[in-house]
Ligand binder design. Structure first.
Ligand code: PEP
Ligand code: MG
Length: 898
């Protein structure tokens, strides 16, 4: 049988998984010889068995009994003994600190008899009764689940009857009456008396801690923080020490350095004559910790000494809870302290400068998520902010603007100098103009990989999607939110893409200095750069020196390319060409689709060619000297045509007026012909290239001519051609042969040798499973993990996140959306097969990843392990990927930044 209970003396900080954070650190402090009250920890393993089987594991009761006996021997007292009781606290303590779980029950061991013993020992009857009524109240609330209000009401009434305002002003008699009332409340609510047996109190409290693992708030917290549901919590049982035994006692919290800036100093709060929960409850005002020097110099000096010991030992910022009992200092808790993203970078660099850690460890101590948080402007949501909806935080950032409901209005009003937020039920490629013009995007449908989300992230535009509470009425140009709030076109709203919140009116924002630094607008060595930017610069410099993975960007405009380059991108891994076929150019696409003869089609393609060449030239210029992977057209053609319903109405109305338009009628026929039930699985990607003659050829020619022109101008273009949605090598072979022919033609025409690698996306399971064969026709693979996830799971990426991911997450089917973090077991397996078989067939095969996962910290670390050459993500995520690639390369030392 595994060991279910550990004395503090038996554990250490490396046993976090088994003893939880609190237990492991208490054990570590005990090992360091610091003054920790004696106690023991019930393991997370015991909790896991309890949760699985619905009862305590065999042997737990005896093990607790054994350790309790040891504790009693150490303390020289017996739990709950009537003349001189040992009292204990019971606290939860999971691997990761987790608000929402049952916290603490103090004073276990008190009952109608031992309360007198406690009074006698401490010489303070009031204190004893106050402790007892606290126990009954806390036990009732947290262990027995009795609502808190009746206790509060009884307490308030007692104070009113006495004509006092503070708890401390109640006398012994009042507290005795209250204790009796509290017991009545428990009996009334549960039908059973408050348990008098100390051991029973202890066992019930332990069980309540176990149960609280599955409390609703704990589950919600775990889901948000991606903490696995099956870890369980440890339980810490510790001899009570009292901070409420008079003015020479007290309790406090301390940080070894400022968690907001990282500066060393004395940070914390102290409250005289109080127990832990008084500090948190804010019942009385605490004093700054440095005042303890005047209150109790000996304890203060000892505390500072301990803080130094802890920081040197943990080599990180620690936070501490302590209690002073009649002039004796006790440590109740320590842990490596949480810090804001703003503090994490400066702290890591300061610790390195102090020689406590090396620069590599400094890199490992910060995370891509934290860096991401530093990059987006933030709202200051003050108390008057009016929140009207919440959706999925799809693309971070803070946007303020007038609500508009269609792309054209967005473009027009933005051109007139207004800031706009585009509100749609969902977006489509045709909304791109409006999306670019908008400060922010709000949709009522779709998840994190919906069109709106992907495009917004790519552009670094704030986006909240899937705000299902909103009823968006694009016809009447307004949306209705919960409670009937109506926002009409022109009303100002604020959209927080970092939290998913939407507010009515304008919230103030603050710009990010970190982005100014990445943009090159803030010199990290200059006087304007603060500690944060300096620290980010040093960490990023080190990160770039140690990472193996290259980082490219997904960009399809020269501006995006240039920005990506400033952000450190080493090329473009995915240039989606579909965005180049919209706006004014759509007519040419329409002509291509409607072409009845070869000549008509060739004319349409010829009109597109120079436009496309111009796009590519500008991008190659922006990325001069770095690889640029152009992906040939991917989406189904009907996305470039008008909406079927709208067009049908237009044609019908025109016919009714007797003014039929031949063009519209042909268009309608084409829309009908191209309609697909499942367009994402239809005529798109390489299939388009094979059935629309000349389309891919035109794109290849445009790219080749652009490269030749750049080379002619003395630049160093490094184009790569990428074919999307290949499932069979034969598809690739056919398209590749065409592309090679066009490249040879352009080389001959221009006299510029064109050595452009031709590769394929691997974004269908069949491609991954036949990767060895496909590698024969591909010089590189780029994993399109968006489509690969969609087709592996059979999840429509535009629909499922909003539709049913919430219950899936609730039921623990996955702890994070597979569209967000790469699913290693399924999608990852396909990637691994393709990497292995592709490389086996072609050892110099280039390998990249260009799905959304390429900018996700956890996925980047995985992709490093898989051994791809580069990841390619949206420009704003390039720094995040650079940092995570470094953390991955630093391997085991990369800590958890949660
Ligand atoms: C992908 O499928 O992962 C990909 C990058 O292509 P897109 O998102 O454009 O389909
Ligand atoms: Mg794709």
């Amino acid at each position: 049988m595994p060991k279910l209970v550990y004395d503090f003396a038996e554990g250490d900080k490396d046993l976090m998984d088994l003893l939880g954070g609190k237990g492991a650190n208490l054990a570590e402090m005990a090992r360091l010889g610091l003054p920790v009250p004696p106690g023991f920890t019930i393991t997370t393993e015991a909790c896991r068995v309890y949760l699985a089987e619905g009862r305590e594991p065999a042997g737990l009761r005896d093990a607790v009994g054994g350790h309790l006996a040891g504790l009693e021997a150490q303390a020289g007292r017996t739990l709950g003994r009537s003349d001189d009781p040992l009292l204990v606290s019971v606290r939860s303590g999971a691997r990761f600190s987790m608000p929402g779980m049952m916290d603490t029950v103090l004073n276990i061991g008190l009952n109608d008899a031992s309360v007198a013993g406690l009074a006698a020992r401490t010489g303070d009857e009031r204190f004893a009764w106050d402790s007892y009524r606290r126990l009954i109240q806390m036990f009732g609330k947290t262990v027995l689940g009795v609502p808190g209000e009746p206790f509060e009401e009884a307490l308030d009434k007692a104070k009113r009857d006495r004509g006092v305002t503070g708890d401390v002003e109640l006398g012994t008699g009042d507290l005795k009456v209250l204790a009796a009332e509290f017991k009545d409340i428990i009996r009334g609510a549960t039908g059973a008396p408050f348990p008098q047996d100390p051991r029973m109190q202890l066992d019930m409290a332990v069980r309540a801690v176990f149960d609280s693992w599955n409390g609703e708030r704990a589950r919600i917290y775990r889901r948000r923080e991606r903490i696995p549901d099956d870890l369980g919590t440890a339980v810490n049982i510790m001899a009570m020490v009292f901070g409420n035994l008079g003015m020479d006692s007290g309790t406090g919290v301390a940080f070894t350095r400022d968690p907001a800036t990282g500066r060393t100093g004395v940070y914390g709060d102290y409250l005289q004559n109080a127990q832990g929960e008084d500090v948190v409850a804010g019942i009385r005002n605490t004093v700054p910790l440095d005042e303890l020097e005047h209150i109790d110099k000996r304890s203060y000096d000892r505390l500072l000494q301990i803080m130094k010991t802890l920081e040197d030992h943990y080599r990180d910022l620690c936070d501490i809870e302590f209690t002073i009992e009649r002039g004796k200092l006790w440590m109740l808790q320590t842990r490596v302290g949480k810090r804001t993203a703003e503090a994490a970078f400066p702290i890591a660099v300061q610790l390195a400068d102090q020689g406590l850690i090396g620069m590599d460890e400094a890199v490992a101590r910060v995370g891509g998520d934290q860096l991401g948080r530093l990059m987006f402007p933030r709202f200051h949501a003050g108390p008057r902010a009016r929140r009207i909806a919440a959706g999925i935080a799809a693309s971070p950032g803070a946007a303020v603007g007038v609500a508009v409901f269609d792309s054209q209005t967005a473009v027009r009003r933005a051109r007139d100098g207004e800031r706009v937020v585009l509100v749609r039920r969902e977006t489509a490629p045709d909304d791109l103009g409006g999306m670019i013009a908008a400060e922010g995007i709000l949709t009522s449908r779709g998840g994190k990989t919906s069109h709106a989300a992907v495009v917004a992230r790519g552009m670094g535009t704030a986006c909240v999607c899937g705000a299902e509470d909103l009823d968006v009425d694009t016809v009447r140009r307004r949306f209705t939110g919960p409670g009937g709030v109506v926002v009409a076109e022109g009303d100002v709203i604020s959209v927080d893409g970092s939290s998913g919140a939407v507010y009515l009116g304008e919230l103030p924002v603050v710009p990010s200095p970190v982005v100014r630094y990445f943009e090159g607008g803030l010199d990290p060595e200059g006087p304007e750069a603060g500690d944060l930017v300096k620290a980010v610069h040093r960490i990023m410099s080190r990160a770039d020196a140690v990472r193996r993975l290259a980082v490219r960007a997904n960009a399809d405009t020269p501006d995006d390319a240039a920005r990506a380059r400033r952000f450190g991108a080493q090329g473009i891994g995915l240039c989606r060409t579909e965005h180049m076929f919209l706006g004014e150019r759509r007519v040419h696409v329409e002509r291509l689709i409607l072409a009845g003869t070869d000549a008509e089609r060739e004319r349409a393609l010829a009109a597109l060619l120079p436009l496309q060449r111009g796009d590519f030239t500008a991008i190659l210029e922006a990325m001069d000297g770095l690889p640029v992977t152009v992906r040939l057209l991917d989406p189904p053609l009907h996305e470039f045509l008008p909406d079927f319903t709208e067009l049908s109405v237009r044609v019908a109305l025109a016919e009714a007026r007797g003014e039929p338009s031949e063009h519209d009628r042909r268009l309608l026929a084409a829309v009908r012909r191209l309609h697909e039930q499942n367009p994402m699985l239809g005529l798109r990607g390489v299939r388009l290239g094979l059935v629309v003659p000349g389309l891919f050829g035109m794109q290849v020619r445009a790219f080749a001519e652009a490269a030749a022109a750049c080379a002619g101008a003395g630049l160093h273009p490094r184009g790569e051609i990428m074919i999307p949605l290949v499932a069979a090598v034969q598809e690739l072979e056919a398209v590749r042969a065409d592309a090679q022919r066009v490249l040879a033609e352009v080389a001959a025409e221009t006299g510029v040798p064109l050595d452009m690698p031709i590769g394929t996306m691997i974004e269908l399971p069949r491609a991954a499973l036949t990767a060895g064969r496909i590698a024969e026709a591909a010089q590189f693979f780029s994993f399109g993990t968006n489509d690969l996830t969609q087709t592996t799971w059979g999840f429509s990426r535009d629909d499922v996140e909003g539709a049913f991911f919430a219950p899936y997450l609730d039921k623990g089917i996955f702890s994070v959306s597979p569209f967000e973090t790469l699913d290693r077991a399924g999608v990852g397996r396909l990637v691994e097969i393709a990497v292995a078989e592709g490389r086996a067939r072609r050892p110099d095969l280039g390998l990249g990843v260009c799905g959304e996962h390429a900018g996700d910290p956890a996925s980047v670390r995985y992709l490093h392990e898989v051994g791809v050459d580069y990841v390619s993500c949206s420009p704003f995520r390039v720094p995040i990927a650079r940092l995570e690639a470094a953390r991955a390369a630093l391997g085991e030392t990369a800590g958890d930044t949660r």
